[in-house]
Ligand binder design. Sequence first.
Ligand SMILES: Cc1ncc(COP(=O)(O)O)c(C=O)c1O
Length: 405
Amino acid sequence: MAEKDNNINAWKFATNAIHIGSEADKETGAVITPLHMSTTYWQEAPGKHKGFEYSRSGNPTRAALERNLAVLEHGRFGLAFASGLAAIDCVLRLLKPGDKVIASDDLYGGSRRIFTRAYERYGIKFVYVDATNIKNIEQELDENTKIIWLETPTNPLLRLTDLKAVAELEKIKELRERNNDKNNKTINYPLIVVDNTFMSPYFQKPLLLGADIVVHSTTKYINGHSDVVGGAIILNDETTYKELKFFQNAIGAVPSPFDCWLTLRGIKTLALRMEQHNKNAQKIAEYLANNKKLKTVNYPGLKTHPQHELAKRQMTGFGGMISIELDGSFEDAVKFATSLKLFALGESLGGVESLIGHPASMTHTSVPREHRLKIGLSDTLLRLSVGIEDADDLIRDIEQTLEKI
Ligand SMILES: Cc1ncc(COP(=O)(O)O)c(C=O)c1O
């Protein structure tokens, strides 16, 4: 249903973002994808219908979004979900007791929570490594490894993993060779899964770098207006797609047609928004880089970022996320976050408006403090989701607030 459109070969990103899934409606000529609220579809005879029978298993507005997302990520298939975590959950359904997942050690807290609190109880093992060095991944690979779960850049430390280098690991190729059942078409484990929420497909296309599955919290940049919670999976392999599509329907964490419609509308400006997020974040990161009240400024677009060269190679922009570490106390960090006028203190990221988060007391409360500190996620770390307001106003807001600390 979400099979990629041939136009992908002819059109560039911004054109695909606007047109794929928004072809003029055959019945009415409507330029905008109709919002199909129907839960069920008329069948001429049992099983004889126009491709839709019940909206949990498939809905025309959702199908349009799924097709659009697949094309933007350069994948063959897309699946949309009611949240990013529902998409992540669907991928985890591929696992069985005894399987092992190797994951980046500073993942989004909610991903870590679903791993440890929802899936470990079924006998699935999760191993966390510093994925900035792919040797750490290589060392953990064994015949039980079914998934390598990566976030790049990570949330909130903005550390990168070299995706191409991971995909080229000899050990992964060997394991796939061994697992590949040449007669039956089975999933060729281990799969490389990349959470591409931070970059959006505009700045990074993991499938082109050798990843097998991309997941998104479309709640963030893809929808971009902080008014829809959603998620997505995009991939190329048909066998894996069929399995995931089965789970999408069997479990039923599907988005409403209206949420799909809004997300499609948001995507039309994704290219423009990402350009502006990137411009603003670069300007703010450069301003912050010299501030004496900060211990650290993490932004892949800064030349001082330890993986700046990799960022230039694997991404086409650096995104809108910055994390900073105040030289002060937990209380100073909270005071700073609550004193800003334009950056709203809030969960989430990727909307047109700027947000600030304090991971230690917000997104990462489910990560034990000891582990947080070990990976560099200190009590004074703050995460900025730089919006698309005027960068000068944002800088003035930060400047005036830092003066008070
Ligand atoms: C990188 C990343 N992945 C996944 C999620 C989960 O997405 P959702 O909140 O849409 O369930 C988030 C949410 O903040 C995130 O930042």
